[in-house]
Ligand binder design. Structure first.
Ligand code: PRP
Length: 203
């Protein structure tokens, strides 16, 4: 009998010379795939511990949380609900400027335990504005979780409750983070070479 090709186990062998060619604009890998997976699993355990028995709604901020969120919640065994807010700094440069809401929340969070997830806490403008907006909806409580914290750049007085990594003031991309919408698909967090962003946004 022929084995079902979909259910058959895959034989994974390390191959030589097939490593993907990362963009040359990446200066260094700041946080490797292994480090990310390990730390995100730890954050999942912390959230699991703190939210067991509670009515959790995770509100994830688009677009940068795409990889972090997926990895964070896939091992979270809680009866949570998930919603998204689309928020973006105006323009495609490296500075956070005016905020534009591109998608509003759909779930009713009144009386719920809300955890806001974002990829990076930089100046703090985004998280401050979003948490202010959410508080007006009267959640039971509101906490925040970010993968990266670039404290040196903070303008607003805000800290996150769960933080994956504190990072230096370098321009990072990958694992969901972009420059001009590129590099989000890299499986690691890398530092972009200054010449890659100093010339402005690529087409
Ligand atoms: C990035 C990031 C955070 C925000 C942090 O979003 O995803 O939400 O900036 O910066 P701040 O602390 O200075 O406000 P961006 O506006 O680039 O949109 P994106 O998530 O679609 O990349």
């Amino acid at each position: 009998m022929n084995p079902d090709p979909l259910s058959a186990p895959r034989h994974v062998r390390p191959r030589r010379g097939t490593a993907p060619a990362w963009p040359t604009e990446i200066q260094t890998v700041l946080i490797s795939e292994t480090q990310l997976q390990r730390r995100v699993r730890q954050l999942t355990r912390d959230i699991q511990r703190d939210y067991t028995g509670r009515d959790l709604v995770i509100v994830s901020l688009l677009n940068g949380t795409v990889m972090f969120l997926a990895d964070l919640i896939r091992h979270l065994s809680l009866p949570l609900r998930l919603d998204f807010i689309g928020v973006s700094s105006y323009g495609v440069g490296t500075e956070s400027g005016d905020l534009v809401f591109t998608k509003e929340l759909r779930l009713d969070v009144r009386g719920r335990d809300v955890l806001v997830v974002d990829d990076i806490l930089d100046t703090g403008r985004t998280l401050k504005r979003v948490t202010e907006k959410l508080r007006q909806l009267n959640p039971r409580d509101l906490h925040t979780c970010v993968l990266l914290d670039k404290a040196e750049r903070r303008v607003e007085k805000i800290e996150a409750d769960y933080v994956g990594f504190k990072i230096p003031n370098q321009f990072v991309v990958g694992y969901g983070l972009d420059f001009a919408e590129r590099y989000r698909n890299l499986p690691f967090v890398g530092v972009l070479k200054p010449e890659a962003y100093q010339g402005g946004a690529p087409e």
